[in-house]
Design a protein around this ligand. Structure first.
Ligand code: NDP
Length: 350
């Protein structure tokens, strides 16, 4: 059985969700009350692939909301308790969605293996980042040419280049895609220099320097709400893959010739009966989901019960190949831009 650990986008949405599920006391509760709320297994799921293989799983809401990020102990407890519930529920491979994988890594929860009477078995969990990175690369390769961008002549900026997903995207773009120039953006210099050395190239630039040069921008960092983008300085056309969380680029980069695509989202070939993706504001919630969640589904279909994506900057091209092939085989497609009758572009599966 596969598992998905997620959370609401914000506190207000969490309360609305609680109301819709009939948890009135939570719907009325304040943030302090939510801080002490235990995780909930809210849905049992069934997924069938194109060749008729059926698997079962469950969605666990960690009852974490991004407003709790500054409360270290609460965030830590929310993630570990959700993992404990997943393990106790017999889920063999569970994806850590949204902020939960970042909390796990950044708060160094690897040393917190004992939760009450449960010893967490790491092989039951995956960050899902290998599939997310593969999907984002595919979105670049499929969509840039549709906008008339020849990737062999293109500069691609990766914002969050030194992160787990960002570094994997950089490896793929420089070794597989064959782009003209890779622009590496992050705040800390030393990891950027290390990455540049590993890649054997790439130009380290600030965000302000990189944006006007980029034909494609891959955003794989959680950016501050206050970030503003001077769209007049961007190239036209410019493809922006919004791979961060939350996905809020379309409101910041809005202008002629700028095409923002939700990154790291996949669409399944048939409807899935679940409510969770409606809460995640997917355009087609019966079929669309975060690629990290899909990784747990793929690993279950493949019978790979191991922490496939784990730790930081361990994502190899071989693993991306493996999960990418599984993704296509089991009926997933990366979200893509498609031409509308009026020749404007909107988001749709490829
Ligand atoms: P990491 O923490 O490993 O990496 C974050 C990267 O962003 C680092 O390179 C960091 O470097 C950089 N960064 C952070 N803040 C800024 C900033 N203000 N300006 C420039 N660079 C910045 O994260 P992951 O790779 O695990 O995840 C990246 C993003 O992808 C997250 O937002 C995550 O929520 C999202 N995600 C989306 C998924 C999906 O949509 N399917 C699935 C999984 C994750 P430095 O600190 O040096 O700046």
């Amino acid at each position: 059985m596969f598992g998905l650990i997620g959370h609401s986008t914000n506190f207000e949405e969490a309360r609305a969700k609680a109301r819709s599920l009939g948890f009135e006391e939570f719907a009325e509760g304040n943030l302090d009350m939510w801080c002490s709320a235990p995780p909930q297994l809210v849905e049992r799921l069934e997924v069938t692939n194109p060749s008729g293989k059926k698997i079962e799983g469950a969605y666990i809401d960690s009852c974490f909301v991004p407003e709790m990020l500054s409360r270290f102990k609460t965030a830590r407890r929310k993630v570990l308790s959700a993992m404990e519930l997943a393990q106790k529920s017999g889920l063999d491979i569970t994806a850590l969605g949204g902020f939960t994988s970042i909390i796990f890594e950044n708060f160094n929860l690897l040393k917190e293996q004992q939760i009450r009477s449960t010893t967490l078995e790491w092989q039951r969990f995956t960050t899902g980042n290998t599939h997310t990175a593969w999907v984002i690369c595919r979105q670049v390769e499929t969509n840039a040419p549709r906008l008339g961008i020849d990737l062999r002549q293109a500069s691609v900026a990766v914002v969050g280049a030194t992160g787990d997903i960002g570094s994997a995207v950089c490896r793929w773009l420089s070794q597989r895609t064959g782009i003209k120039e890779l622009l590496l953006v992050a705040r800390q210099q030393q990891p950027l220099l290390d990455l540049q050395q590993e890649l054997g190239g790439g130009q380290i630039l600030s965000l302000e320097e990189a944006l006007p040069q980029a034909d494609v921008v891959v955003w794989v960092a959680s950016l501050p709400q206050t970030l503003s983008i001077d769209v007049d300085k961007l190239k036209s056309p410019c493809l922006m893959i919004d791979g961060g969380y939350p996905k809020n680029l379309d409101s910041k980069a809005n202008g002629a010739g700028i095409h923002v695509l939700k990154g790291g989202i996949v669409e399944f070939f048939s409807d899935i009966t679940w409510q969770m993706m409606e809460m995640a504001e997917m355009a087609n919630p019966s079929r669309q989901m975060f690629a990290c969640f899909a990784e747990a589904i793929l690993l279950e279909f493949e019978g790979i019960h191991t922490n496939f994506s784990w730790g930081r900057n361990n994502i190899s091209l071989d693993k991306m190949d493996l999960i990418g092939a599984a993704s296509l085989r089991h009926g997933f497609e990366a979200l893509s831009l498609s031409l509308q009758p009026d020749a404007s572009l909107a988001m749709a599966p490829a």
